[in-house]
Ligand binder design. Structure first.
Ligand SMILES: O=C(O)c1cc(C(=O)O)c2c(n1)C(=O)C(=O)c1cc(C(=O)O)[nH]c1-2
Length: 241
């Protein structure tokens, strides 16, 4: 049987999951950030990653629908506002579309998910389902990859601006906002998890939830690597340069 951890020991265990499994270690990200990808490989990443972005508000709405505490709802609903904006032309989804605009995609094809790899869909849809169906504590814990996001984002923006002449600071504006949003969201979720995972089985379940979420992110990059970097194996219907 696993021993009960103190909240700080639990946080250390969660951070260890990120240190071992977060997607900053994936070969695709190493290439992306190191300026080693072609413009078409960066396009494939931005197109597929839009599908993840587009499902995040659905995931957060599913979670919100299960929260009975008004204070928790108030905090969590900000995530949906951040992605959708308060009005048209605002919000994270719009800012992601500016990146796909800059890379030459039409908004309709991006929004329709045309050319997205099957594994992207499977991984992202599994995340939405996990959050809709698992106990609330695990659903909240699965967002904790955001603890590790600011480091990778800072790295990514610096690496991409230094190495790709087809990427501008404006096109990467999405990430500027995430540098403040992700730590705020992660602090809130981490505090919730540390206060509510009070039994060993709950603590193991939140560690497993974070591991699952790291796998969701990793699988998306595996799919990109296989289709666009390694042997060049895009799936039927996938976007081809
Ligand atoms: O660029 C990244 O590497 C990265 C990672 C993650 C993450 O760790 O899940 C998110 C995001 N970005 C992101 O932009 C985002 O909106 C987001 C929401 C969530 C979530 O699980 O609720 N993760 C992430």
């Amino acid at each position: 049987m696993n021993a009960l951890m103190t909240p700080d020991e639990l946080e250390a265990a969660l951070r260890a999951v990120g240190a071992a499994r977060y997607h900053d270690k994936h070969p695709f990200h190493v290439l992306l950030h190191g300026g080693k990808l072609t413009v078409d490989q960066v396009r494939a990443w931005a197109l597929n990653r839009y599908y993840y972005q587009s499902r995040i508000p659905l995931k957060d709405a599913a979670l919100l629908a299960r929260l009975e505490d008004p204070a928790l709802r108030r905090a969590w609903r900000q995530r949906i506002v951040d992605h959708d904006g308060e009005h048209e032309g605002d919000g994270g989804i719009e800012r992601w579309l500016r990146l796909t605009d800059a890379l030459g995609f039409g908004r309709d094809e991006v929004a329709a998910g045309r050319g997205v790899l099957p594994a992207t869909r499977f991984a992202v849809d599994a995340y939405v389902r996990f959050v809709a169906e698992k106990p609330l504590l695990e659903a909240i814990a699965s967002s904790l990859t955001e603890m590790f996001a600011p480091g990778i984002i800072a790295n990514r923006v610096a690496g991409m601006l230094a190495n790709y002449d087809f990427v501008s600071k404006e096109a990467l504006a999405y990430f500027d906002k995430r540098l403040t949003q992700a730590p705020r969201d992660a602090d809130f979720a981490l505090d919730y998890v540390k206060r509510n995972a009070r039994r060993p089985d709950q603590q193991q379940a939140v560690i497993a939830a974070l591991t699952f979420k790291c796998d969701v992110l990793w699988a998306q990059l595996d799919a990109l690597y296989l289709a666009y970097v390694a042997p060049g194996l895009p799936a039927p219907g996938a976007w081809t340069p």
